[in-house]
Unconditional design. Structure first.
Ligand code: NAD
Ligand code: HJL
Length: 222
């Protein structure tokens, strides 16, 4: 068993999610950031790859006080669980995702340095070990389900999106297209990695104008 899982990503019209320097680029408009916050508030956990932590240093918390309050009233934690997929356990100890504002799970593989793993555990971080060199994503989502996660939001980046799709672990995808072209053959895209052969088919669930861009919602067909 695994949680209902969706990817949310902000893309330029040419499919890039950052530029070749892999810095954090603002693609979403205010309206979209509000929508992302609402999706976070509905989720039990938010997952990102270590590449995103190293380049963006996201906090992955619910920004609206009202939405955090509503979660508390529902008997949930104010913020969803944060999950970092980090095979070699490269996460900086001062990463924002390790702060006190929410529970954090760092998923590593068996090649991770055991001293670093122990340091994280002493800091109160739940370190989940699965996979020989890369994190075993199937085992990870099964573990998340076991601890009560029913809705999982994946917030990138390009490599984690690809790996989750390849493993057949994604139910839906939201792509927000911002009003820009980023360009660059080395810039990360919505999905990197190797091409799927045949391509993964999608069903269009919704499309609408949002701010100065377009929000699309897709169901992943198996
Ligand atoms: N616009 C957006 O919505 C958005 C969202 C998130 C990230 N980003 C951008 O994406 C870029 C980061 O993407 P990325 O592709 O470099 O990194 P990523 O965040 O996808 O992390 C990938 C890393 O995860 C680790 N990993 C562990 N187990 C794995 C597995 N089974 N399969 C695959 N990877 C596994 C590997 O170390 C791999 O390098 C940054 O530029 C960031 O700004 C954009
Ligand atoms: N939805 C979205 N629109 C963007 O324009 C953009 N650049 C990202 N990028 C995702 C990335 O990981 C961000 O860094 C986190 O969304 C920040 O999360 P915090 O505010 O720190 O909680 N995401």
């Amino acid at each position: 068993m695994r949680p209902f899982t969706f990817i949310n990503v902000a893309s330029s019209v040419d499919g890039k999610i950052s530029n070749e320097k892999r810095i954090q680029l603002r693609i979403s408009c205010e309206e979209d950031l509000k929508r992302v916050d609402e999706l976070r508030a509905k989720s039990d956990a938010i997952m990102v790859g270590i590449g995103t932590v190293l380049s963006d240093n996201p906090k992955l918390t619910v920004k609206s006080e009202e939405l955090r309050k509503r979660r508390l009233e529902e008997g949930r934690d104010a913020n969803p669980i944060r999950v970092v997929v980090d095979s070699k356990c490269r996460i900086p100890l001062d990463a924002k995702v390790l702060d006190e504002s929410a529970k954090t799970i760092v998923a590593v593989s068996r090649i991770a340095n055991s001293e670093k793993v122990n340091t994280l555990r002493r800091m109160g971080v739940d370190v989940f070990v699965a996979g020989d060199d890369k994190v075993d994503l199937k085992a990870l989502v099964e573990y998340l389900y076991k601890i009560g996660v029913r809705v999982l939001m994946v917030e990138g980046g390009a490599t984690l999106n690809w790996a989750m799709l390849r493993e057949g672990l994604v139910d839906e995808i939201y792509v927000y297209y911002g009003n820009m072209i980023i360009g660059g053959s080395k810039a990360p895209t919505v999905v990197d990695g190797m091409s799927f052969d045949p391509p993964i088919s999608l069903d269009l669930l919704d499309v609408r104008k949002l701010g100065r861009g377009i929000l699309t919602r897709w169901r992943v067909l198996r």
